[in-house]
Structures are given as C-alpha cells and as structure tokens.
Design a protein around this ligand. Structure first.
Ligand code: DC
Length: 228
C-alpha cells in the first residue's frame, strides 16, 4: 500500500463529486478537499464588494485583501471562512455559483489559489475535487478520476439537493445554470475542465448514489490497494 498519495477527482458541476468524495474520504480515512468552495469564497467576496466578477482586473485587485481560510472541524468537515466569518452556507447560494465560475476563469485567481491546494496535498492524504486537479493542481496524483453524468441527470440531482435545503428553484433554471457553467468551465483559456489522459472515467448517469459510491470505492481499492 502506498503511504502518501492523492486522489484527484475532476468533472462538471453536479456530477456528484463532492458527495461521493466526502463519503469516500470518511470511508478510507482521507482528508476531503473541496476546491470549488475556495473559488466560491472569491466569488462571494467579489460580489459583496460590488465588483463585476467577469472583470479580471477588478477581481485581481481584491485578491491581496482576501483572507480565505479552510478549516476542518472535529468531524472532518471542511468549513470556509472569510476572515473570522464562516461563509460555508453563503457560498452555496445559487447566485454565487456563477460568480465562482466567472472568477475562476481569471488566471490571477487560479494562480492565487494554487499553493493553498497543493499545500493540503503535501500535508495530508487527500481526495481533492475540482476541475483541474488532475491536469494542473496535482498532475502527479496517484489516482485521477473524471466523474461525469449527463447534464439532465446532474440538473435533476442538483434541483433535489437545493429543494432539500429549502431553496426554491425549477428544473429548467438549474439545467440552464449547469449548461452555462459547463460551457464556461470547459471553454476558458486557463486550466479548462478536461479529462486528464491518465484519468479513469466514471459516468454516473445510470447509477444512483450508492451504486456510484460502490464503483468509486472499487476503483480506489484496485488502483491504490486501500482496504475498505
Ligand atoms: O465545484 P463547484 O461547483 O463548487 O465550483 C464552483 C466553480 O468554481 C465552478 O463553476 C468552476 C470553478 N472551479 C474551478 O475552476 N476549478 C476548481 N478546481 C474548482 C472549481
């Protein structure tokens, strides 16, 4: 069994990366790093500052003043702070999703957040999810997985998740948001979302959560020799 390793999971919005990676981390005793949450913090801070999140220069200008902290509570849950404020819930608001996608297209933002992500992987055995983990952040990750599902399946799941949190939304709105973010995330010049050549493809369109989790665990066991 390898002693220090990283598992990189990339894929489009709503493919189930976070839920699956979080559960796999608990199952195998790894640290789960949700990198989208970090981009969401930048998106939230820019929105609060009244900045147009598509304006690269304006967003770059606020970066030095941001105090983004990623902390883990006793149950291993990742919490995001801007200074002393816990923004873990605010960053999940639907209007912040597109702000996060907008700011993530700016090279200065990506460069600014790179070291924070790599440091986590140096210090822990991580399962890290995002869009460019296997291609840019951790190109030497011992295991790379590209997790995807059809846009319709992803919209359906995301809608149920949002409604479960009491956020009022429709399938059409969620699908539109997912398609727009897919387009932006795959077409940006800097670190676009794409499957790394050495990544294992896991398409969960036809599978429910438990089935997808079983497949993910099987890949992890086979590739890394982990027990569980
Ligand atoms: O995973 P998420 O939906 O919370 O991510 C929010 C946005 O952040 C997403 O639209 C693209 C961006 N992102 C990114 O560009 N690179 C990452 N590693 C993670 C997220």
């Amino acid at each position: 069994m390898i002693e220090h390793f990283a598992i990189a999971i990339d894929g489009p919005s709503g493919a189930g990366k976070s839920s699956l990676a979080r559960r796999a981390a608990a199952h195998f005793g790894l640290i789960y790093v949700d990198t989208g949450a970090i981009y969401r913090c930048v998106g939230l801070a820019a929105k609060r500052a009244g900045i147009n999140t598509r304006d690269a220069q304006a967003v770059q200008a606020i970066l030095p003043s941001l105090d983004i902290r990623m902390l883990y509570n006793v149950t291993g849950e990742q919490r995001m702070y801007l200074g002393d404020e816990d923004v873990s819930s605010d960053i999940r608001l639907p209007e912040i999703s597109i702000c996060a996608s907008n700011v993530s297209a700016h090279p200065a933002v990506r460069a600014y957040l790179l070291e924070m992500q790599r440091k986590m992987a140096r210090e822990h055995n991580v399962i890290m999810d995002g869009r460019d983990i296997g291609t840019v952040v951790l190109p030497d990750a011992e295991l790379k997985i590209f997790l995807t599902a059809s846009a319709e399946a992803r919209a359906q799941r995301r809608m149920l998740e949002l409604q479960g949190k009491g956020i009022d939304t429709t399938f059409e709105d969620v699908l539109k948001d997912i398609e727009l973010r897919d387009y932006q995330d795959t077409h940006r010049a800097e670190a676009p979302l794409r499957q790394a050549e050495d990544a294992v493809l896991l398409d969960t369109t036809e599978f429910n959560f438990d089935e997808s989790f079983g497949l993910l665990c099987q890949i992890i066991r086979e590739r890394l020799g982990l027990i569980g």
